[in-house]
Write a protein that binds this ligand. Structure first.
Ligand SMILES: [Zn+2]
Length: 156
């Protein structure tokens, strides 16, 4: 079993916070950071144990469509793998059928690559997050965000 950390990584926490900032009414029923006892039994070597994974509730009615997010996160270099609605994806590979017992029908699982636990850059850049956040964030964080992602649109 992978030892269980006391706290999820900032990158994992940031995904849930950013989703809530973008979609304040979203459901959080299937959100998750650290493993429950049941989860530990089911999957003793989960990336949730190390705080390097996050579960995001699928709630398209309230602005969090994990189908769309699954597709878009394939561009995010922090992603180690994704699972949603019976499909698993690894960088550089095609979608594959996920054979685990939990098909992830109600949430998207995101595992984060080693070395990216502190990277809290916008997980949802296609949703216009930074534009919204710039209203409340300092100029400093704006500059930093652009530097961290050279692929982001210049006008942002
Ligand atoms: Zn998970």
């Amino acid at each position: 079993m992978k030892p269980v950390t006391a706290k999820a990584t900032p990158a994992a926490i940031a995904m849930l916070r950013q989703a809530t900032a973008l979609a304040p009414k979203r459901s959080k029923v299937s959100d998750g950071l650290l493993p429950s006892a049941a989860h530990l039994n089911q999957n003793p070597d989960s990336d949730h144990n190390t705080g390097m994974a996050v579960d995001l509730t699928h709630d398209p009615k309230n602005g969090i469509d994990c189908g769309v997010i699954f597709k878009n996160l394939k561009q995010d270099l922090r992603v180690k793998y994704l699972i949603f609605q019976g499909v698993i994806w690894f960088p550089g590979k095609d979608d594959r059928v996920y054979t685990g017992s939990n098909k992830h029908m109600k949430h998207l699982h995101v595992s984060i690559k080693d070395g990216h636990g502190w990277d809290t850059y916008d997980w949802f850049p296609w949703m216009g997050g930074p534009k919204k956040w710039n209203k409340v964030k300092s100029k400093f964080s704006k500059v930093k965000a652009i530097k961290q992602d050279p692929a982001s649109p210049k006008e942002d």
